[in-house]
Design a protein around this ligand. Structure first.
Ligand code: F6P
Length: 321
C-alpha cells in the first residue's frame, strides 16, 4: 500500500534537536508529496486524538529551539491494551498510513510493541540525552547535553580551585553513564562513578587524602544518576577525608537549551532518512548514524542494551588526572 499520510510525534524525555528532526520530517515528507499530521504529547495525543495537520510553515523558525513544539509526555496508558487500541483507532479514523516516532529507548520499546500488534508502518528517530540506543554512534540531543553539563562543570571548577574544595557533581543519563564519562574526560575531572562499575569508595577517599598531602587542593568527581546521589557521596567524602566538600545536582538543565550543530545536523539527516525508509517500505526500524553513515536498524536490536566503551574512557581519565 502506498503511503500518503504520516504522523510525527515526540515521546518520552525531550532532547535538544527534536524540533530540528520534526522540521526535517515535515519538509522532506512534503517534498515527497506526503501529508503530515503532528501528534501532540506523544502517545497521549494519539490516544486522545490531539492532532494537527502540519505544513512547510508549521516548522518555520524552530531549528534552533530546544524542547519540542509537539510537546512530549510519559504515557503509562499506552502500555495498556485499551490505550493501544484507542491509538490504533485514531490512526484508522484519520487515514494515517505510517508513523515517525522521535524519542529514546522507552519510546522505541513502545512503538516496537505497537507494531508487533497492529502492523502500522513505523520508523524511530533516536532522540535522547542518554545516548543509550544500540548500534548507532549518538542520539539527537546527547551532544548538546554533554556541552551543557561541561559548561556547568567548567564554572564549578573556578570556585572549586579558588576555595580549595571537593565537588561531587551529579549528571543525568538514566542507567547509561554516557554523559558522566564524556564530561569527566572533557572536563579534566578527577574521578567518575557510573552504573555498572563497582563503587570503590575507599579507593576514592584514599586518593584524595594522599593527593591532599602532596598539595592537591581541589577535586571534581562526577557521579552518574542511578549510582548514588551527589549529596550522599559528598557527605561520605567529607566525613572520611575531613575536607570541605560540596554537592551539585545538574538535573533538568541538561535537557534544555539550543541544540549544538552536531545535534541539529544529526536531527536533520535522520529526519530525511526516516521518511526515506518509509517510502522504501521499511518498518519497525530505527534510523541512525554509525561511523558517519546512515543506517536503518531493527527496533528490536536498537533497544538492546548499548555497550559503552567505559573502561578505555575511565583509564584515560585516571591517567590524565
Ligand atoms: O531519558 C532522559 C532523562 O532525562 C534521563 O536522563 C532521566 O533519568 C529521566 O529522563 C528523567 O525523567 P523525568 O524528566 O520524567 O523525571
Amino acid at each position: 500500500m502506498a503511503i500518503k499520510r504520516i504522523a510525527v510525534l515526540t515521546t518520552g524525555g525531550d532532547a535538544p534537536g527534536m524540533n530540528a528532526a520534526i522540521r526535517a520530517v515535515v519538509r522532506f515528507a512534503w517534498h515527497n508529496k506526503l501529508e503530515v499530521i503532528g501528534v501532540f504529547r506523544g502517545w497521549h495525543g494519539l490516544i486522545n486524538e490531539d492532532l494537527k495537520p502540519m505544513s512547510h510553515r508549521s516548522v518555520s523558525g524552530i531549528i534552533n529551539q530546544g524542547g519540542t513544539i509537539l510537546k512530549t509526555a510519559r504515557c503509562p496508558e499506552f502500555e495498556t491494551k485499551g490505550g493501544q487500541e484507542k491509538a490504533f483507532q485514531t490512526l484508522k479514523k484519520h487515514a494515517i498510513d505510517a508513523m515517525v516516532v522521535i524519542g529514546g529507548d522507552g519510546s522505541f520499546r513502545a512503538v516496537h510493541g505497537f507494531y508487533k500488534k497492529y502492523k502500522v508502518p513505523c520508523i524511530g528517530i533516536p532522540a535522547s540525552i542518554d545516548n543509550d540506543i544500540n548500534g548507532i554512534d549518538m542520539t539527537i540531543g546527547a551532544d548538546t547535553a554533554v556541552n551543557t553539563a561541561l559548561s556547568a562543570i567548567d564554572n564549578i571548577r573556578d570556585t572549586a580551585t579558588s576555595m580549595e574544595r571537593i565537588f561531587v557533581i551529579e549528571v543525568m543519563g538514566r542507567d547509561s553513564g554516557f554523559i558522566a564519562l564524556s564530561v569527566a574526560l572533557a572536563g579534566g575531572c578527577e574521578d567518575v562513578l557510573i552504573p555498572g562499575k563497582i563503587l570503590d569508595f575507599e579507593n576514592i577517599c584514599r586518593d584524595i587524602v594522599e593527593g591532599n598531602k602532596k598539595g592537591k587542593i581541589s577535586w571534581i568527581i562526577v557521579v552518574a544518576e542511578g549510582v548514588a546521589s551527589a549529596d550522599e557521596i559528598a557527605k561520605k567524602i567529607a566525613e572520611r577525608t575531613g575536607l570541605d566538600t560540596r554537592a551539585v545536582t545538574l538535573g533538568h538543565v541538561q535537557r534544555g537549551g539550543r541544540p549544538t550543530a552536531l545535534s541539529r545536523e544529526l536531527a536533520l539527516r535522520l529526519g530525511e532518512a526516516a521518511v526515506e525508509c518509509l517510502l522504501k517500505g521499511e518498518s519497525d526500524k530505527a534510523v541512525g548514524i554509525r561511523a558517519g553513515k546512515i543506517v536503518c536498524l531493527d527496533l528490536e536490536f536498537a533497544i538492546t542494551k548499548k555497550k559503552l566503551e567505559a573502561d578505555s574512557f575511565y583509564k584515560l581519565i585516571k591517567i590524565l588526572t
